[in-house]
Write a protein that binds this ligand. Structure first.
Ligand SMILES: [Fe+2]
Length: 373
């Protein structure tokens, strides 16, 4: 297991074509960061290729490229560099698009100095957590193995992560909800691929919408939300995994390494999560007709919460907007998934799911739904 590394002064790259804001950002951030700056997209990319950069403040309007296009390229080429958008032309739409493209935060000019410093420090804290997890995921195969080594590795990871998490908050006592595993597991998904985190969040959102239509206990609803969020956690065990490289069948089911179900389910048990969460992870690729994997069980033998997540993840794989992937409109995705009712998917649950999607089309997260071309 990689240990928490000594913190050295990080480097921020300030990208802004106007001298005034650029100089202000440099002066304000200089006590906390080594400073590099660029006046346009091309020189920013040159700096990134030649020097280690930790975080970036990015102006949304540049002379040679729109800031969001540059953000897209930066997150593709340098996924471990965190970006804060600083703009004088803010809108809710552009803020949401920035976050969807991977920005950590969004700040309006003229900015409040304290807000800028806080956001820059929070962004750096996040980068330290994600870098630590990337190193840990690369170096600790035991996390996904069998036996005592597996439990010991998760204990070490949890305790080192918590140290980083608490240090960033001045060792404050954490609220109850932050004592849970959610921040760690969410960061593990993001450290692997932020598109995997976005997918996991959306699938959990869809599953929660389904829960409202079904007669589930509160405990089942909680397990459904958690299991949906973690259904692909096993994919984080593959160092080269990329969400955009998942091949997807016409039914929406991704063709991926089968071990991700077993590895993820084993981790859920090791982490002490409820059995229903384990079962969602273990069985979300089973099919109603028994031709799924890894167990080949069919019909009602597939745990009901796993059947729900199987449908939700298929719908999201069809509609998700990720680099290099073509995505379907909601209407086309509904038609395509409906073709597999009774073969791949539980027909009753699928009917409810498609009703939920149709009824909620207006309020579905814009991240999840791509308008018809
Ligand atoms: Fe999966």
């Amino acid at each position: 297991m990689t240990s928490v590394q000594t913190v050295t002064q990080p480097t921020v790259l300030v990208i802004d074509d106007e001298a005034g804001p650029r100089d202000a950002l440099k002066v304000i951030l200089r006590p906390f960061f080594k400073i590099r700056s660029a006046e346009n997209a091309q020189s920013a990319l040159d700096v990134l290729r030649n020097e280690p950069i930790d975080i970036i403040t990015l102006d949304q309007r540049l002379p040679d490229r729109h800031g969001l296009d540059l953000l897209h390229e930066i997150k593709h080429e340098h996924p471990d560099v965190e970006v804060v958008i600083v703009t004088g032309y803010g809108s809710l739409k552009s803020a949401m698009e920035s976050i969807r493209q991977g920005a950590t935060g969004y700040l309006l000019k003229p900015f409040n100095v304290n807000e800028l410093i806080t956001l820059a420090q929070q962004t750096m804290d996040k980068k330290r957590r994600l870098d630590f997890l990337r190193r840990s995921l690369r170096s600790s195969r035991e996390l996904w193995g069998l036996g005592e080594e597996n439990a010991r590795s998760w204990d070490t990871l949890k305790s080192e992560y918590l140290t980083l998490y608490l240090n960033a908050r001045g060792n404050a006592v954490l609220p109850q909800e932050e004592m849970s595993l959610v921040p760690l597991l969410s960061d593990i998904l993001e450290a692997t691929d932020r598109h995997l985190l976005n997918h996991s969040s959306r699938v959990s959102f869809y599953a929660t919408l389904m829960a409202a239509r079904l007669d589930l206990t509160i405990a089942q609803q909680k397990s459904l939300a958690m299991g949906a969020f973690l259904h692909d956690i096993g994919k984080t065990s593959f160092p080269a995994y990329r969400f955009s490289e998942d091949q997807v069948l016409p039914s929406g089911e991704p063709i991926v390494c089968r071990e991700h179900c077993e590895r993820g389910a084993r981790a859920a048990t090791t982490l002490g999560l409820p059995k229903e969460v384990h079962d969602i992870i273990a069985y979300h690729h089973e099919r109603w007709n028994g031709q799924g994997y890894p167990h080949g069980v069919s019909g009602p033998d597939i745990p009901v919460l796993a059947r729900i997540v199987g449908i939700a993840q298929a719908f999201d794989h069809l509609t998700a907007d990720a680099p290099g992937r073509s995505c379907l409109s909601t209407e086309t995705a509904i038609q395509q998934i409906a073709l597999n009712s009774g073969t791949h998917f539980d027909p009753q649950l699928l009917e409810i799911f498609l009703d939920v999607v149709k009824d909620s089309a207006v309020s579905l997260p814009t991240m999840a739904v791509v308008p018809a071309a």
